[in-house]
Design a protein around this ligand. Sequence first.
Ligand code: ZN
Length: 374
Amino acid sequence: MPDGAVMRNAEESRYKYLGVLEVDGIKHDQMKDQVKKEYTRRVRNILKSKLNGGNIISAINSRAVSVVRYGAGIIKWTKNELEEMDRKTRKLMTMYGAQHPKADVDRLYLKRYDGGRDLLGVEDCVQAEVNSLDKYLCASEENMLKEVNISSILENKKHGQSREDIQKRNLRKRVYGEDIDSSCRVCGAAEETVAHIVSECQKLAQKEYKEVRHDNVAKVIHWKLCEKWGFEKSDKWYTHKPEKVLESNECKILWDLPIQTDKTLEHNRPDITVIEKKSKKCLLIDPACPFDTRIERKEEEKCNNYCDLKYEIARMWRMKEVEVIPVFVGALGSVTKDFEKWIQKLDLGIAAEKLQKPCLLGTARIIRKVLDIK
Ligand SMILES: [Zn+2]
């Protein structure tokens, strides 16, 4: 994560994502129960306190309603459930003497300047939250969001839903024992799991994984390299078209070119090769976006794969130093604990999220595309 926090591997059968319980999808029922209980507990505690009427309402608004607000737009509440919570609030208020049994219900929720008591209804609050989430996503000025028009997928999928949809067939078969075809709707050769769709499907490998996602991550790096070494580049990374070879007095940059060696090597084609002429230093930069649980292992593998090439380059080009820089971003955005170290070696002043973003946007596109196939 950008703030340095390290996320645990989510291999356990259920885990919390931003405090929301998930298994294969969000545990809606369990979450609802927890939220309802916690909400009621807080309302009751506030009512038991010695606060005056106005302060009781402020406290419910800020301390209790916030519990429900947090999951709004994520947890799928029904209108009934929310109304029920509001009813219960009123009942408790009456029980504890904070609301007269015959008092007008509408007035309780009216704004103070309209003569009301300004209590936030749980139902209104959730609705307002869902609306503003929609608005935020539609109006986002975020360049890359606009560029790839990702807001449309987020808008109707919101959090977790697309993943849920992907796993639906798999889930229906495995968990509910339904007799349906849960194989990949693209290749039909494997189970349709999240990992398969976003990183393992052979039919998506060349175009979607490579050209849409991987190359974009590589492009960001190439684009920054052009800036560093004074080569021409476009304004935005996503309109950047890397040249196969760029060369100046100081530096030479190769894009996706095999390196000719005397010995035939299996791994001889790094995505980006940078030859710093003055310092006689060579960087072999190779981004990849495997499934998140595998990034660590793959990072190690990559360094080993290029061992021979490193040696050959040092010998042929008389380099003082040849360094392999694996840039591994999980298809769902995870990075390894060494990620920061690797990108510092690039010396491009790039922040981790600048590389996580193109990868995630690529994955979002892939998911959207696959979900369109019914
Ligand atoms: Zn497939």
